[in-house]
Design a protein around this ligand. Sequence first.
Ligand code: FES
Length: 153
Amino acid sequence: MTLSISLTVNGERRDVPLEDPRATLLDVLRDRVGLTGTKKGCDRGQCGACTVLVDGRRINACLALAVSHDGAEVTTIEGLAQGDDLHPVQAAFVECDGFQCGYCTPGQIMSAVGLIAEGGADDAERIREGMSGNICRCAAYPGITAAVQDAQR
Ligand code: FES
């Protein structure tokens, strides 16, 4: 039996047939919706590379069953910029060199957007704590922290 779910992804409704009810939101976004900006790192909830916003809250898409989010509003990294205008958090990451290889960057940025929406963090220590679910193997943490601080100004 094929299930079908409906997601609103970056403001656009997507009806997705699911052959496998165990499909994760991450796999649906990448393989079915075709948005590959959301990255698969560990695929087990440990790295944060797959962070997206669901109904405005950040989650690890690799841990979320897609079927559990039928009807949800999902925002991915592709949904942040408005045409050529970067989202303020994206612009801050560029300004502050908040990345090195860039693989974790979509997740870092989505997590920062979520953190700021949750009320933000008023100092570097709280930013590091708020972003602690997002691992950067290049250890670009000083730039990431500075970018989140910058984006909140
Ligand atoms: Fe989801 Fe690592 S890929 S937390």
